[in-house]
Design a protein around this ligand. Sequence first.
Ligand code: ADP
Length: 320
Amino acid sequence: DVTLIIIFALIVKEIPSIILFSICLVVVTLILLIVTGRKRLAELDEIKDIIANIRNNNYETAEGIQLSKNLEGLQEEIKGMFDKAKSDVEYLKRLERIRSEFLGNVSHELRTPIFSIQGFIETLLNGAIDDPKVNKKFLEKANQHTINLNNLLNDLIDISMIESGEMRMSFRYFPVREFLENIVNEMQSAAKEKNLQLILEPVRENLRLFGDKTKLKQVLVNLITNSIKYTEKGTVEVIVKEEDKYGEITIKDTGIGIPAEDTSRIFERFFRIDKARSREVGGTGLGLAIVKHIIEAHGSKVDVKSEVGKGSEFSFRLKK
Ligand code: ADP
């Protein structure tokens, strides 16, 4: 009890200094709060300025974004965000450019056959229909342009399916010999029309390769059609080379060939070495773009070897 009384007396005696100490503590804390609060407000203003500058496109590069020393971490984050947003915008702009270029090309490609058909029909209506020397020829030409138009629309449908990811693939093992024999037989008449020999080199009977037969038929028809279109004399050969793990299918022609600088560009949509010639033979400029996509969907790629005036070779590999 005595000790309690002594402690109590001591506390009572120290009360004024405790109060004083507490007041000092509160004052110092308040001052500190005000000072740091001001600093935080200034930092917030700095961040607000940066955001406003970004919004107003005032920065060319992320290097222009500068915050004070103690906000260095945030500065790096903002720079990263700026770079990401910039590259996203650039990517979208590029897509937009490609899209509008594509649309321009499509309109142009559609206009050519429509104008020609219109021209032939008008000429016929204006009297040529009664001229036996030209009437059949004009009708045949108009007909050829409707075929071209149809080819173009079919290729455009394929391209848009590819773009929208709707081109579904169905991979299976399939017998290669039978598959190629059917295609080559179907295309014999087109080759004969140009006096070309279309040959399927011997293929092992039981060879099976892995892929989507329907889409691969489209690839082969496209490549063989091209070989026939761009060859004036000689042969178009379909060759299968068998390796350990894969089979390689090659379409080889003795045609006009492709200049070295164009071999990579021929897979671009609407790229043609000779526009007039391609149109004349019913080309759309989209065939190889579709071929490339289908072969890439098989995890493979199309190789081109060509020499101007000698011929071209298109090959791709499929899993065994
Ligand atoms: P196209 O419908 O014009 O044939 P493609 O996309 O199939 O379009 O081919 C693009 C271009 O590549 C053709 O216009 C042609 O110039 C060239 N090309 C394609 N295959 C051959 C080939 N076998 N020989 C020579 N040139 C070819």
